[in-house]
Design a binder for this molecule. Structure first.
Ligand SMILES: *[C@@H]1O[C@H](CO)[C@@H](O)[C@H](O)[C@H]1NC(C)=O
Ligand SMILES: *[C@@H]1O[C@H](CO)[C@@H](O)[C@H](O)[C@H]1NC(C)=O
Ligand SMILES: *[C@@H]1O[C@H](CO)[C@@H](O)[C@H](O)[C@H]1NC(C)=O
Ligand SMILES: *[C@@H]1O[C@H](CO)[C@@H](O)[C@H](O)[C@H]1NC(C)=O
Ligand SMILES: *[C@@H]1O[C@H](CO)[C@@H](O)[C@H](O)[C@H]1NC(C)=O
Ligand SMILES: *[C@@H]1O[C@H](CO)[C@@H](O)[C@H](O)[C@H]1NC(C)=O
Ligand SMILES: *[C@@H]1O[C@H](CO)[C@@H](O)[C@H](O)[C@H]1NC(C)=O
Ligand SMILES: *[C@@H]1O[C@H](CO)[C@@H](O)[C@H](O)[C@H]1NC(C)=O
Length: 510
């Protein structure tokens, strides 16, 4: 999302340039090379369903073609080529390497295939190379480092293989480096530590291994560091947070990182979003984390953290999301949690914490929170999934475990959903799958192990939200819409549940 916003800003930055008046008769040597290159590029495009390139013909000067911006003076040369999100398919013609004036190339969000051309290395003026969300394959060619003016390099979401070439460290102007969601392997090269202007580094969702080079944590201009979904290991260096005054987002989840959170992380005072979940971190949370007052999101779940959480989060008043589940935290659940004004999602389950006294005495303060998970073991563990669970899961193949969990949580339904969540207030926005359980799933999908009405709280909740749902429509569309399993479209008469019966939930809404 934020990457898109940045690109938008870039486009705004460029759009003042406008288009000069061109005389198609006057095409000199270097300019005709650009014409040839663009026509070759168009020839390579095997599919253009929206006719995005239909005005790319010689009836007008190429500087007037869609997506093309030229220099304002003769010889008119192509400065920018912006063809993102046009459903274009095919290889990228090597002739593009002849557009030697090119500063901005955006072919993102298409279906371009084939290798990333080494010839792009001839584009010495290139500042923006934006090719994310295509099907480009092969390696990242070393020659890319010839584009020494590159400022913005986005190759994410392609099929690139091989390693992150250490030569990228030579692109000293680079501010944004996005290589996420590819199939890159090997270590993160130390040379990336030379990119002193780097603001965003995204290597997420690859197959990178080894340790995170310590030099990366010295990149003091970094705003966003995304290394999640890899196989990175070892401990973070002790000075992790010492030289990162601007860092806002640190996503390291789903790696095999170990050891403690370095205490120095408490110095990275710009941090707003930390996700260290699904690693092998151990030890106590350093007290300094409690100084990161800009934090809105803290996810340390599914690690081996231990110690008390009391006193740690008191000053994190901006927190919206706190997930500590699946660790070895112990001691009481701090009462101060109830004072965090923005907290909406709180997961403390699967620890050795004591509770949930806080939540019975502070239920009124918690009523706006969508998911609350507290306490020992499994008691409320699944409340975090509750909305999804209600919305999606009940009644399908996982019916048995989910119903068992629901049984455990039924007592808590009252305060978890003590009022109708705003997003469910409009008709048919309610968790219609929950409401489909009795009239549809139990019959149609044979999910009859246990019915919603056997859970007193859940059933009252169902009656409460029933008014937002068109039950007749649900029944008709299920039973009428699957001829292979219900060839005659038979709609059962039952189960005749009186959803208008009193439900007693007004008492929770005070
Ligand atoms: C050539 O481009 C012009 C717009 O510049 C368009 O009106 C015309 O249909 C195009 N011709 C062909 C043959 O595609
Ligand atoms: C442009 O690039 C192509 C392919 O890379 C090459 O064959 C051609 O000679 C180059 N030069 C000109 C002037 O088009
Ligand atoms: C892109 O790759 C995906 C997954 O490998 C494949 O399903 C899709 O058909 C490819 N698209 C093109 C245009 O090659
Ligand atoms: C990269 O630059 C070197 C030295 O300037 C040059 O010899 C080489 O041909 C360039 N590579 C490409 C692909 O243009
Ligand atoms: C962890 O990352 C790998 C890719 O490196 C991905 O395939 C997997 O789905 C991720 N697991 C989770 C739980 O996100
Ligand atoms: C938190 O910040 C205060 C004031 O800036 C400082 O004195 C204290 O040492 C910090 N605590 C930790 C644990 O870093
Ligand atoms: C919270 O901030 C106050 C005032 O800055 C400070 O006195 C207190 O020690 C802090 N508490 C924690 C747990 O960091
Ligand atoms: C559900 O509603 C009925 C009718 O108002 C009430 O008697 C019952 O106590 C409620 N059940 C729970 C668990 O609140």
């Amino acid at each position: 999302m934020h990457i898109r916003i940045r690109i938008l800003l870039l486009l705004l930055h460029f759009c003042h340039k406008g288009v000069a008046s061109f005389h198609s008769s006057r095409v000199d040597e270097s300019s005709s090379q650009d014409l040839r290159s663009l026509l070759h590029f168009k020839q390579g495009v095997t599919s253009d369903p929206d006719g995005a390139l239909s005005d790319w013909n010689t009836s007008s000067h190429f500087c007037l073609w869609s997506g093309v911006t030229c220099t304002l003076t003769t010889p008119y040369r192509v400065l920018e080529l912006d063809l993102s999100r046009l459903s274009l398919c095919g290889p990228i013609s090597s002739f593009l390497g002849n557009l030697t004036f090119l500063e901005y190339l955006d072919l993102s969000q298409n279906n371009f295939v084939g290798p990333l051309l080494p010839l792009l290395g001839r584009l010495q003026h290139l500042q923006y190379l934006i090719l994310h969300d295509n099907n480009l394959s092969g390696i990242i060619p070393d020659t890319l480092t010839n584009c020494s003016n590159l400022f913005f390099l986005h190759l994410s979401s392609n099929l690139l293989v091989g390693s992150v070439t250490p030569k990228l460290g030579l692109l000293s102007n680079l501010a944004d480096l996005g290589l996420g969601s590819n199939q890159l392997e090997g270590r993160i090269p130390d040379e990336l530590g030379q990119l002193v202007n780097l603001e965003m580094l995204d290597l997420s969702h690859n197959r990178l291994s080894g340790e995170v080079p310590h030099a990366v944590f010295s990149l003091s201009s970094l705003l966003w560091l995304f290394l999640h979904d890899n196989m990175l290991g070892k401990a973070l260096p002790p000075n992790t947070g010492e030289h990162l005054p601007n860092l806002q987002m640190l996503w390291l989840r789903n790696n095999t990182l170990e050891g403690p959170i370095p205490a120095s992380l408490g110095n990275a005072l710009g941090l707003e979003d930390i996700d260290l979940s699904h690693n092998k971190f151990t030890g106590q949370i350093p007290r300094g984390i409690g100084n990161l007052s800009a934090l809105t999101w803290l996810d340390l779940s599914e690690n081996y953290f231990s110690g008390k959480i009391e006193g740690l989060i008191d000053n994190l008043t901006q927190l919206k999301h706190l997930d500590l589940h699946g660790n070895e935290f112990e001691g009481p659940i701090p009462a101060s949690l109830a004072n965090l004004p923005h907290l909406r999602q709180l997961y403390l389950n699967d620890n050795n914490l004591q509770g949930p006294a806080l939540f019975t005495s502070h239920a009124h303060q918690l009523k706006q929170r969508k998911f609350v998970c507290v306490a020992n073991g499994r008691c409320l563990a699944y409340l975090k999934k509750l909305k999804e669970l209600l919305d999606r899961a009940i009644g399908f193949t996982s019916v048995k475990p989910i119903f068992e969990k629901t049984k455990e949580t039924d007592d808590h339904m009252g305060w978890v959903f003590c009022s109708l969540p705003p997003e469910m207030r409009t008709r048919n926005q309610a968790p219609s799958r929950t409401l489909s359980t009795e009239p549809v799933y139990s019959v149609y999908f044979k999910c009859n192990k246990k019915l919603i009405r056997e859970y007193p709280n859940l059933f009252n909740y169902t009656k409460d939200i029933y008014r937002t749902v068109n039950m007749e429509h649900i029944q008709k569309s299920y039973y009428g819409g699957h001829s292979p399993i219900n060839p005659y479209g038979t709609i059962p008469v039952g189960p005749n549940i009186d959803y208008n019966a009193p439900h007693d939930r007004q008492k929770l809404k005070a």
